[in-house]
Design a protein around this ligand. Sequence first.
Ligand code: GSH
Length: 264
Amino acid sequence: MLDWVDVEKAVELPGLRLVLTAGVPGPWGESAKGMFHAKKMPFARVRQDAGLPNDALERWTGQRNAPVAVWEDERGRALVRSGWTEIVLLAERIAPDPPLVPASPADRALMFGLCHEICSEDGWGWNRRLMLLHPLLANLPEDPPDALAVPIELGRRYGYRPEAGEAAAGRAAAILELLSRRLLEQKGRGSRFFIGDALSALDVHWAAFAALLQPLPEELCPMQPFMRQSYTVADESVLAAADPILLEHRDFLYQEFLELPVET
Ligand SMILES: N[C@@H](CCC(=O)N[C@@H](CS)C(=O)NCC(=O)O)C(=O)O
């Protein structure tokens, strides 16, 4: 059983506090966890509830979503880390070993560029979320049922428009082609990693965001059946873009570097 703390308690704790969506292996949260796990950096897990107001969290951090990382007494809004880049850079600063950001500027630029395609607005995760919301939100009745309140709120927070929903599968497929190509090239060079010959933040991000292609098996990542079903890609064009190396790489990374079983 996981030890969650609520915001009121987390405010008082020293060290690293990581706000995560409870009960859901959300890829942004799992990536943040993965960075600290790979560095063997302990943290307290602070509870966020998906799609709800999370008012106490907003008062503490200025954010209503997850993940959010708060280190020691760096509590001012500008110092709270909620974006994926900021979380990677915080991890590098407070737990430098092993480094997850390459030292060479060219490798670093490539790594952050590919992370952007996975994690940022209009990237893989963003478009997969739009793909999940599209069938629920495309033809909303005037007086939508309560069951749609959370999807409606998520659509509002994360840029749902019918046109964006339509375009999402194409964007998602193009990003998978890019990542597949990169991994195949690296394999040709004898590397098991996206960048150079070592684990980087890009590997950790991909491992977590691969859940939106096909989640880890239930025994390694327990999920509610409806979440598992919606995370698993059914769209033929996206499946066709996914070389098997993508999931092989995810499995290798979880076995060697990340939390197993995944606990949410
Ligand atoms: N701020 C994050 C993105 C975080 C994000 O998209 N979080 C979503 C994951 S689905 C979330 O918490 N959704 C639930 C909610 O908004 O309540 C970043 O830019 O890296």
